[in-house]
Design a protein around this ligand. Structure first.
Ligand code: AKG
Length: 324
C-alpha cells in the first residue's frame, strides 16, 4: 500500500500523518490476544491469592484491567507491572515481532526512510487506565531520549491504538509543523518520571488531539512534540508505539553490547544504545533480517542483560530548572 505523494508531503510539512485503516483486525488480533493472556494470568493469580474478589473473566480486552484497577489499585498496578516492565517493552512474544514486521506498516515506513530498515527494541505497550495519572505522558520529542548526533536523522515512530482513542480516554496530542526546529530543551524527572518539555518552553503552535480508530496508524518524526493526558473514560486506552530508522542511521544491530562503555566516543554509538536494534528489511542481505521469535527474544534479552552504557544527553532535572 504505502503512502500517496500527498501523504508524504503532509508528513514532511506537519511532522506527522495518520493513515486510516492501515492495519486490519487480523493484523492486530495476535497482539491483543497475547496482552489479554497476560491480564488473564495476573487476574487469576491475584484472585487465587485473595487480592481480588473476582478474576473478571467476563470482561473483554478494553475493560478487564480497568475493573481490576477499580477494585484494587494494588492489583491493577501488579498487572500493569507485568506489561510495563522494561518501560513497556517487556513483551517479547511472536505477536510483537509479527506486528513490527507487518508488511503494510513497513511499506509506509519505507516510503519515509528507504528500503533498508532497522527496528528498535524501544517499543512501548501502554495500557492507560481510567483515572491513572502516572500513565499521562508529558510533552516531549522522542529525540529527547536519543543521542544528539542522531538529531539530523529521521527515526519514525508508529503510534498504534489497540482500541478507538478519544480525547476522553487519553488519545495522543501532537504539535504540528515544528519538527524542523530542532530539539527543544527537555528536563529529567518530569511527570511520571518521563522527560518533559515544560509548558512555558513549548513552541506556540496549537496542539492537535488525534482521535483514532483501531486500525489507524500515526506516523511521526523523532522531532514531533507529543503528549497524552488522563483517561477519563471507563475503558483502558491500550496502544503501542514502534520505532524504525534507516540502516544508514547509527544503530547497534550488528554490535556487541559489551562495546558500549564510558570510554567509547558517543558519536560512534547507536541513537538509543540501551536497547537492541534489529534488521527489519535488508534489500541486499535479507538473511540479516530478524524473522524468528527465538532470534528476536535472544537479541533483546542479550542487550537487556548486558546493560550497555548510554551517555544520555545530560538534561537538567526539572526541579533545578531556572525560571526564564
Ligand atoms: O501513548 C502515549 O500516551 C505516549 C506515547 C509516546 O510518548 C510515544 O509514542 O513516544
Amino acid at each position: 500500500m504505502g503512502f500517496t505523494k500527498a501523504e508524504t508531503a503532509q508528513f514532511d510539512t506537519r511532522g506527522y500523518l495518520v493513515k486510516a485503516g492501515l492495519l486490519s483486525e487480523a493484523a492486530l488480533r495476535p497482539l491483543i490476544l497475547a496482552l489479554g493472556d497476560i491480564v488473564e494470568e495476573g487476574a487469576l493469580r491475584l484472585h487465587g491469592e485473595g487480592k481480588l474478589s473476582s478474576p473478571y473473566a467476563g470482561e473483554g480486552f478494553e475493560t478487564r484491567l480497568a475493573h481490576i484497577y477499580k477494585e484494587s489499585e494494588e492489583a491493577g498496578e501488579a498487572v500493569l507491572a507485568m506489561i510495563m516492565g522494561r518501560g513497556g517493552g517487556q513483551f517479547n512474544g511472536e505477536a510483537m515481532l509479527e506486528l513490527l514486521r507487518n508488511a503494510d506498516l513497513v511499506d509506509c515506513v519505507s516510503d519515509l526512510i528507504g528500503p533498508d530498515i532497522v527496528g528498535a527494541s524501544a517499543y512501548r505497550i501502554r495500557p492507560k487506565l481510567p483515572g491513572h495519572t502516572r500513565t499521562e505522558v508529558p510533552w516531549h520529542q522522542d529525540s529527547g531520549y536519543f543521542l544528539p548526533h542522531c538529531d539530523r536523522h529521521l527515526i519514525v515512530t508508529c503510534w498504534i491504538p489497540l482500541v478507538d482513542t478519544t480525547v476522553e480516554n487519553g488519545c495522543l496530542h501532537v504539535i504540528p509543523g515544528v519538527h524542523k526546529d530542532g530539539v527543544f530543551r527537555h528536563y529529567t524527572g518530569g511527570h511520571g518520571g518521563y522527560l518533559e518539555i515544560p509548558g512555558e518552553e513549548l513552541p506556540e503552535n496549537r496542539p492537535v488531539p488525534l482521535e483514532m480508530k483501531r486500525g489507524d496508524v500515526l506516523f511521526m518524526t523523532n522531532l514531533t512534540p507529543h503528549a497524552s493526558f488522563v483517561n477519563h473514560s471507563g475503558i483502558v486506552r491500550w496502544s503501542i508505539d514502534l520505532r524504525y530508522q534507516s540502516m544508514d542511521a547509527p544503530n547497534n544491530s550488528e554490535e556487541d553490547p559489551e562495546t558500549y562503555t564510558p570510554e567509547r566516543d558517543p558519536v560512534t554509538m547507536a541513537c538509543y544504545p540501551s536497547e537492541a536494534d534489529f534488521v527489519i528489511r535488508d534489500s541486499n542481505h535479507p538473511e540479516r533480517e530478524v524473522t524468528t521469535p527465538e532470534a528476536f527474544r535472544e537479541l533483546r534479552d542479550r542487550y537487556h542483560d548486558a546493560k550497555p552504557y548510554n551517555p544520555g544527553r545530560g538534561w537538567t532535572r526539572l526541579k533545578d530548572r531556572k525560571p526564564s
